[in-house]
Design a protein around this ligand. Structure first.
Ligand SMILES: NC(=O)c1ccc[n+]([C@@H]2O[C@H](COP(=O)([O-])OP(=O)(O)OC[C@H]3O[C@@H](n4cnc5c(N)ncnc54)[C@H](O)[C@@H]3O)[C@@H](O)[C@H]2O)c1
Length: 441
């Protein structure tokens, strides 16, 4: 039996398959622990240490050698790397946690999937529409044997389930329009000027990886752990600004409640275009086709000061920094990551039509989002935010930026990933990479 099949049958047959300890731990014997590689081992990477501690951490990779010191003490037998391509060559890796920069997520995810490794990848799934689509396609080809999870861990907050239940049970009637927003603003004029030399422990050329050269500046690395992404994710080559950042979490409220998909048309507007920096203020609007239980809906994203209109003058949506709103035929549901309110329209919208579910029919709590993935790798491969769900969400968000750049309403064929009413705009779906870097290697 192959090691991967062994892990799955060991987990699936819990209670039936009793394994002798010698078989679990003997030299070269298969074990019921995953061999995990951590790529990006500081900042957000650190948020994964405890959830993988139950497994064998066999490889650590970071372009900053100092950032591997703490995990190397915790897992002294793990091999260390500064280049993730070499790390993924290590034999016997079952699963990869990727917490690197946004502009390397799709690369790491594709290379890992192509080597038959399970992947947990921090959000967003890619930095271009093409990147997100290629990861999703690679996952769909292998979903019968690999488990994936996009790092939108707020998804495990019970409020995600409560919101979904209210929507699906008809608390606001038939939903036609959905809105999500984030108020974070990090204005920058352009890429940072050259300043100083990278320290010996920081492999700056590997940090840049696939993107065009930009001179070193220590400010790109000056953020605190888990917040350093706010030092680089607003620059076009390095990130997608707030739509890909907090948008990944907030649009997840909509995807979870409504079921996602790919838009047929979309448009956007915002700050004047800056070729180096993504817009602070921006709004984008998507038309999503019907799915198997609902009609077509609109999805709108607002950021950096742009906001949807409140359903009543006494409701101040600005008080919700990162929130979502659903408009149905009978009223509104407004929520953030932890709480929700219903706003029926009229006296006739008296909630009598709402079939509140019994307590024993309520969706169970997810528990740990990271553990859900670990268990899925060893079990039924099912996760809440796999690369299909997370892929269509990331692709949609990034299409918003494409429409912003094109400056017009675009029609989209989600099956082929082509814009059908503006041939030139298709150039905005992908990027050229530096020599030596292959997206789908
Ligand atoms: N899910 C969440 O709530 C959440 C929170 C914060 C950040 N994030 C995401 O996590 C990612 C990392 O964010 P961060 O703030 O920790 O950033 P960061 O700049 O601190 O990078 C994290 C680590 O990855 C390393 N790294 C960078 N490029 C690498 C590469 N090519 N190969 C190997 N290691 C590399 C860095 O040296 C650092 O140790 C971002 O994509 C961000 O969107 C998610």
């Amino acid at each position: 039996m192959k090691r991967r099949d062994f892990l799955k049958s060991a987990a699936a047959g819990t209670g039936l398959l009793i394994l002798p300890r010698s078989m679990l731990l003997g030299a070269g014997a298969p074990s019921n622990k995953l061999n995990v590689a951590l790529i990006g081992t500081w900042g957000r990477g650190g948020a994964h240490f405890d959830s993988v501690a139950s497994e064998n951490v066999v490889a650590l990779c970071d372009i900053n050698e100092q950032h591997m010191e703490v995990p190397a003490k915790r897992w002294p037998n793990a091999k260390t790397y500064v280049d993730w391509r070499k790390c993924l060559d290590q034999k016997g890796i079952d699963a990869v946690v990727c917490a690197t920069t946004d502009f390397t997520h799709a690369f790491v995810a594709n290379w890992a999937l192509n080597r038959d490794m399970h992947v947990y990848c921090e959000k967003p799934l890619g930095n271009t529409v093409e990147e997100s689509r290629v990861v999703r396609a690679n996952y769909l080809k292998r979903k019968s044997r690999l488990a994936t999870q996009l790092g939108t861990q707020r998804h495990a907050n019970p409020n995600f389930n409560r919101t979904q239940e209210l929507i699906r049970d008809g608390a606001i009637g038939e939903v036609s329009d959905t809105y999500a927003w984030g108020n974070r603003q990090i204005p920058k004029p352009g890429y940072l000027p050259a300043e100083g030399e990278p320290p010996a422990y920081l492999h700056y050329d590997l940090w840049l990886g696939p993107v065009p050269f930009h001179p070193y500046n220590p400010e790109y690395f000056a953020g605190g752990p888990g917040a350093n992404c706010l030092k680089w994710n607003m620059y076009w080559d390095f990130g997608s600004g707030q739509i890909g950042d907090m948008g990944s979490h907030t649009m997840d409220l909509i995807w979870n409640a409504m079921g996602g998909g790919l838009p047929t048309t979309f448009e956007a507007k915002g700050d004047p275009f800056n070729a180096e920096v993504t817009p602070v203020k921006m709004e984008s609007h998507f038309n999503l086709p019907a799915n198997d239980w609902r009609g077509p809906i609109t999805v709108s994203w607002y950021q950096g000061g742009a906001m949807p209109r409140a359903p009543r003058p006494y409701i101040d949506l600005n008080k919700i920094g990162h929130g979502a709103m659903f408009k149905g035929s009978k009223g509104y549901l407004i929520c953030d990551f932890d709480s929700r309110i219903l706003v029926p329209f009229r006296d006739t919208d008296d909630l009598s039509y709402y079939n509140r579910r019994e307590k024993d029919k309520m969706l169970p709590n997810l528990g740990s989002f990271q553990k859900e993935w670990i268990n899925a790798c060893k079990g039924n491969l099912k996760t809440s935010v796999d690369f299909d769900y997370g892929g269509t969400m990331t692709e949609t968000m990034l299409l918003g930026l494409v429409a912003y750049r094109a400056g017009k309403k675009l029609d989209y064929d989600g099956a082929t990933g082509r814009i059908t009413n503006d041939e030139a705009a298709n150039a905005l779906l992908s990027k050229k990479y530096r020599d030596g870097w292959t997206l789908n290697g």
